[in-house]
Design a protein around this ligand. Structure first.
Ligand code: AQP
Length: 327
């Protein structure tokens, strides 16, 4: 199967991004044709510093590789290096209604924070995402739960285009992890763990042991001292329990059994230990990759872009032809 997914180079990648997206990517790369993109054109819809963007793009590539993406099995590339993404985005604009875009939760949340100053890119973001996905005849899109609505819209856009211009695009499906599709903030379990969230809300993939310990120590818990999975009544502990289970590679049921009768204090110590141990190889790998960023990492991105370009350029010819444009 053809798989496509991406992450924005907008900050420190956290364990929510890992559990929701990257962990799935790693599993899928063994038996599928995987394309993992660094979506820099999405990132520029938020406030950003042009001086820091390039650095952030390469850092995101390093995260992919350090976390376990194998460039021999998957193509890793930067979105803006394949121009067909923006070209297809324009074509798809013409089959997408403004009403559909205004209904998107992410747009509503992000534009609310901006009041009247929200840029048009924020509204059109899901069309570019649809272009990213449809350009590669993608069948599966491994993402966290927050992106489910955008993938639904990509499906609708593809169906509309196909109806109008004849069968052109595959209809992609979102793939969410069974558990951990929405890892919550350590500071407030009602909010999603996020790169742009409150300080201490997220654990970065490269946090050092001391930082992990401090963040887990100050993570909010629920009343009473029982460790069980009950997201409605015990959202904070349920969230920590999911994180614990994901890094121990065991089911939540198995974790509940293991932690029966254990206090919150001891649970937090155990969680810290598991995170420190699990994230240590990522820190080590990143250190090695940092030294090779100019040659090795950039070479991987350039190879990935070539491969993506080959697929994208033949698809865009088909799209232009179907739309009656001159090739
Ligand atoms: N808390 C989360 N739990 C599970 N999955 C998550 N994802 C994000 N947060 C969680 C998944 O990670 C992938 C990449 O996300 P993105 O870079 O496109 O941006 P995002 O969803 O907007 O992530 P952040 O961390 O919340 O960034 P900011 O703060 O910049 O908006 C996606 O598959 C997403 O579902």
């Amino acid at each position: 199967m053809r798989i496509f997914s991406g992450i924005q180079p907008t900050g420190e990648i956290h364990i929510g991004n890992y559990i929701g997206a990257i962990k799935q990517w790693i599993k899928l790369q063994n038996e599928n044709e995987c394309i993992y993109c660094i979506v820099d054109l999405h990132a520029i819809t938020s406030d950003y510093s042009p001086e820091e963007l390039k650095e952030s793009i390469i850092n995101t590539a390093i995260v992919y590789l350090a976390a376990g993406i194998d460039p021999e099995r998957a193509s890793v590339f930067v979105q803006s290096e394949v121009k067909e993404h923006t070209e297809l985005c324009w074509y798809l604009n013409t089959v997408t209604s403004i009403g559909e875009l205004e209904r998107m939760t992410q747009y509503k949340e992000k534009s609310k924070a901006k009041k009247k100053r929200a840029n048009a890119g924020l509204l059109n973001y899901p069309i570019l995402q649809a272009a990213d996905i449809l350009l590669y005849d993608t069948e599966l899109v491994p993402v966290g739960e927050d992106q489910k609505q955008h993938i639904e819209l990509s499906r609708d856009i593809a169906k509309k285009f196909n109806k109008h211009f004849g069968k052109t695009f595959k209809i992609p499906k979102a793939k969410l992890p069974e558990k951990g599709a929405r890892i919550m903030s350590l500071k407030n379990p009602k909010n999603k763990m996020s790169k742009s969230g409150k300080k201490g809300n997220a654990i970065s993939l490269f946090d050092d042991p001391k930082t992990i310990e401090e963040k887990i120590k100050s993570a909010v818990t629920d009343t009473d001292n029982k460790i069980c999975y009950d997201p409605k009544n015990k959202p904070a502990i349920s969230n920590l329990l999911v994180i614990y289970s994901e890094f121990k590679n065991q089911t939540v049921k198995e974790s509940e059994k293991e932690l029966e009768g254990v206090s919150y204090k001891i649970f937090k110590e155990k969680l810290t230990e598991v995170l420190v141990e699990s994230l240590a190889p990522f820190r080590k790998k990143r250190k090695e990759l940092e030294k090779r960023r100019e040659v090795y990492v950039e070479e991987i991105l350039s190879r990935g872009a070539k491969r993506a370009n080959a697929l994208a350029s033949s698809k865009i010819v088909e799209v232009r032809r179907k739309m009656g444009l001159i090739n």
